[in-house]
Design a protein around this ligand. Structure first.
Ligand code: HEM
Ligand code: HEM
Ligand code: FE2
Length: 479
């Protein structure tokens, strides 16, 4: 992944830009995990780094790094496929490169401020210079504006290239969806001191990203990847994609109501949120079936032709994409459905159950497929026809997936205990919160979460090691 900076076999600037975004993404992913571990240790030893690097700060950097690395990897993936899908060399990519450097410089400053300044006095200057205080998207106002400018450049690259090049179904969905995705960011930018109104709009970014526009993005990536990695038929893949898009938007947009149960919004959101969010797992099942069906079909056709060899041209990328199919369905679909009805959510809201779902869904639905795209980028950068999984690839995928699943199970148990003791038995009082936090089920679950976090980190180390070496190894093997 690194050596390819100089010796890459990429055929155009778009793909080079894609690799640049991937490199920053993986570094931020590492930072995210380290911050998560600090926060996890603080659950067990609350005095750890107290007043030096408090839980609130570690948690904040953990989830902001998460969102930023995923956006980086999404922009990278888009640049990666842009020139390929449109058959055009790309419009104004030099400007895109400038945008990359501006964004990366801004992100570096923001992260340094998060780490060293941490908090402000809560005045206008804090919002402008330090931290906006909106969970997941805490970038200060100056950076917000910078992000909007860079995203406009990025979108111009994509849109202008699309207009000039071939207009495939995948690219059409991509271009329309990116407009919605980028536009929604604006909903999280203006300031109001009414907390209900603030949350109302903030969810437009968070929910309408992860449960609508990001999911559609995953649909387009999976469609593209299936064509490239196993030679799936474009007509079949694009037909699936349109159905998925319809179902994702059909359930995801009003599904937002499941965040409007307890924040002071009108009560009709209970019914709307319950009904539409309960439908959200349906497209995730469709996406799951789609990936496995196409894979089985292509392999079956090859076998019928008497070609017993695997149809997969990039082993690790395909492994991560298949993991995505499972992870998206489990983390978002199942773990999301668990607590999406108001009758259940009244007990689970704000317990570790939410965190269990947050981990499995972000990892399962997004981390997986974006890592798959990184492997695809590495294959292109080294110009190899077939890239097989190595021992390191397998350890990377196994340990991270096992670790995240372990954390999810531990947090689910902690959440279950909170529901029973804190909410049902003791009535959700202030005191009940502390009683529940000190019982063995909770304490042990937090310990297991930390252990599984270390397992995840070990997987990440293998993953990075593999990304750095697999391309060269495959190149040598092919030669
Ligand atoms: C990949 C898609 C998804 C991701 C990344 C995701 C992530 C998250 C995260 C991080 C939270 C916690 C937000 C906070 O800080 O308050 C959350 C909350 C929630 N999610 Fe999801 N989610 C996804 C899909 C779904 C789906 C499909 C459903 C329902 C079927 C669902 C149901 C919920 C509910 C009900 C809550 C509110 C929990 C509470 O605070 O009581 N999610 N989600
Ligand atoms: C080394 C592994 C990790 C550890 C130890 C860890 C630990 C933590 C901790 C302690 C929190 C704060 C929970 C709270 O406020 O109660 C947190 C929140 C969160 N983490 Fe992680 N994490 C890890 C990896 C990940 C990964 C891989 C993802 C997703 C790709 C992720 C996504 C999140 C999300 C979305 C939240 C907010 C959840 C919510 O408030 O509902 N984390 N993590
Ligand atoms: Fe949601």
């Amino acid at each position: 992944m690194l050596t390819s900076i100089k010796t890459n076999r990429l055929t155009n600037k778009g793909q080079e830009l894609g690799m640049m975004y991937f490199r920053v993404a993986i570094i931020l992913f590492g930072a995210q995990l380290l911050m998560g571990l600090i926060a996890a240790i603080q659950f067990i030893a609350p005095g750890f780094l107290f007043e030096l690097f408090d839980f609130s700060v570690a948690r904040m950097v953990h989830i902001n790094a998460l969102v930023v690395w995923m956006l980086y990897a999404m922009i990278g993936s888009t640049y990666m496929m842009l020139t390929d899908e449109t058959g055009h060399e790309g419009v104004a990519l030099g400007l895109g490169k400038l945008g990359f450097w501006v964004l990366t410089a801004a992100v570096t400053v923001v992260v340094l401020v998060y780490i060293f300044v941490q908090v402000g006095p809560g005045k206008e200057s804090t919002i402008w210079l330090i931290n906006e205080g909106r969970e997941y998207i805490e970038a200060p106002r100056w950076a917000d504006i910078g992000i909007v400018v860079v995203v406009l450049i990025f979108y111009f690259n994509v849109f202008a290239t699309y207009i000039k090049g071939k207009k495939t179904g995948i690219m059409t969905v991509m271009v329309a969806n990116l407009l919605a995705l980028a536009g929604l960011y604006l909903a999280g930018m203006f300031f109001t001191d009414n907390i209900s109104m603030d949350q109302f709009w903030w969810w437009w970014v968070i929910h309408l990203w992860v449960e609508a526009t990001w999911e559609v993005f995953v649909g387009t990536l999976a469609a593209y990847a299936l064509i490239r990695l196993i030679g799936a038929k474009r007509e079949v893949v694009e037909m699936w994609l349109w159905i998925e898009v319809l179902m994702l938007f059909g359930s995801g947009i009003l599904g937002m109501g499941h965040h409007y149960f307890w924040i002071g919004t009108p009560e009709y959101w209970w019914e709307i949120g319950a009904l539409f969010s309960a439908l959200e797992p349906v497209p995730l099942i469709a996406m799951f079936v789609h990936v496995l069906y196409d894979w089985g079909k292509e392999q079956g056709i090859a076998a019928a032709k008497g070609e017993p060899k695997s149809v997969i041209t990039n082993g690790p990328a395909m492994a991560w994409i298949v993991l995505n199919a499972f992870g998206n369905f489990l983390g978002a679909g199942i773990w999301g459905f668990f607590h999406t009805l108001p009758q259940v959510n009244i007990y689970t809201h704000g317990t570790q159950f939410t965190a269990a779902h947050g981990h499995l869904s972000f990892f399962g639905a997004y981390a997986t497929i974006l890592i798959g795209m990184m492997y695809y980028g590495v294959q292109k950068a080294y110009g190899v026809k077939r890239m097989k999984s190595t021992f390191k690839s397998k350890m990377g995928i196994f340990l991270t997936a096992f670790g995240v699943m372990g954390m999810t199970i531990a947090l689910t148990i902690a959440g279950y205990e909170q529901v029973l003791v804190e909410r049902a038995e003791l009535g959700g009082t202030w005191n009940a919160f502390f009683v529940a936090q000190n019982l063995p089920w909770y304490v042990q679950a937090q310990l297991w979460r930390m252990i599984m976090g270390v397992v995840t980190l070990a997987g990440f180390v293998y993953l990075v090691w593999d990304l750095l070496t697999i391309g060269k190894e495959a190149q040598e093997a092919e030669a």
